[in-house]
Design a protein around this ligand. Structure first.
Ligand code: 13P
Length: 281
């Protein structure tokens, strides 16, 4: 199933596909293991700001594809470029075999956002690759990108969806990357209006810290892709702290890394449950 078909199917059937961000190349295996164990589709995303430290677009893409083959996994494992502000980089990811790219023009005015996202969409669609666009402002900080919360306007959502032909829309609705300072305040009325107007899969960024109930509500209102990063990073860091504190003389990398990989796997299993995507692969 192609990426956009997967997300349309999720939207039609009341679940979301979890997106998990890749922070180290070693994370690929536990993410795939969790998805396989839960028979859930999964999206592995690379933030454009981290791509060089991960080894580059082609290396990441091939490594995920090779792992999927060697682990004999038959569930959909999709590869997505997260938050790119560069048309050239989106094209590079398309060229090496990513399933989807996100052009993040949310800091531009809507005319320029539409114009640049359209360029990416034209190129990506020729290569059967899906495109995500963003409007409004997602708060918080992630991989060097910082933003303040600015709820998307319905007119901007329509403009990006229709004029730029994005397959997936990420309207900022009160969520933030990283840890929330207070309680997240998702704009459900606006979310309903966007969902009723556009009838297309929406992506929710900054899902760490959003309650299970709010996530369920967001899924009912068209969110077919939910992005998690901080929650998995925290699980990994906690496991690393524990293994080193408990074994002050340990220096074998594999023995240190193994519990961290297990923590990633367990965290991703939990995210799959939150998204309701178990047995949907
Ligand atoms: P969190 O780090 O808040 O989970 O957000 C992840 C995200 O939105 C990636 O694009």
């Amino acid at each position: 199933m192609k990426y956009n078909e997967l997300l349309n199917n999720a939207r039609d059937n009341g679940f979301a596909v979890p997106q998990v961000n890749l922070n180290e190349i070693d994370w690929i295996e536990p993410i795939i293991k969790a998805a396989n164990k839960m028979k859930s589709p999964i999206i592995i995303a690379t933030s454009d700001n981290l791509i060089n430290s991960l080894g580059g677009y082609e290396f990441v893409c091939q490594t995920i594809k090779n792992k999927t083959l060697t682990m004999q996994v038959n569930i959909p494992i999709k590869i997505h470029l997260d938050h790119s502000t560069s048309i050239a980089n989106c094209k590079k990811a398309v060229d090496v075999g990513y399933d989807s790219v996100m052009f993040d023009g949310s800091k531009l005015d809507i005319i320029e956002n539409v114009e640049k996202t359209s360029k990416v969409a034209t190129y990506a669609h020729k290569n059967a690759v899906s495109v995500e666009g963003e409007v409004g402002g997602i708060g918080g900080k992630e991989d060097g990108i910082e933003g303040t919360i600015k709820y998307a306007s319905i007119d901007d959502c329509i403009a990006l969806s229709e004029k730029a032909s994005v397959d997936i829309l990420a309207p900022a609705l009160g969520s933030a990357h990283g840890e929330y300072k207070g309680e997240p305040d998702l704009g459900f009325e606006l979310m309903k209006q966007i969902n009723d107007t556009l009838h297309q899969p929406l992506a929710l960024h900054g899902a760490t810290g959003i309650s299970d109930n709010d996530l369920k509500h967001a899924i009912q209102l068209g969110h077919a892709k939910i992005n998690f990063n901080t929650e998995v990073k925290k699980a990994w860091a906690q496991a690393l702290r524990t293994v080193l504190n408990n074994n002050p003389k340990l220096y074998e990398p594999q023995k240190i890394i193994q519990p961290c990989k297990q923590a990633i796997e367990d965290a991703v299993v939990n995210l799959i449950k939150k998204c309701g995507s178990e047995n949907k692969g």
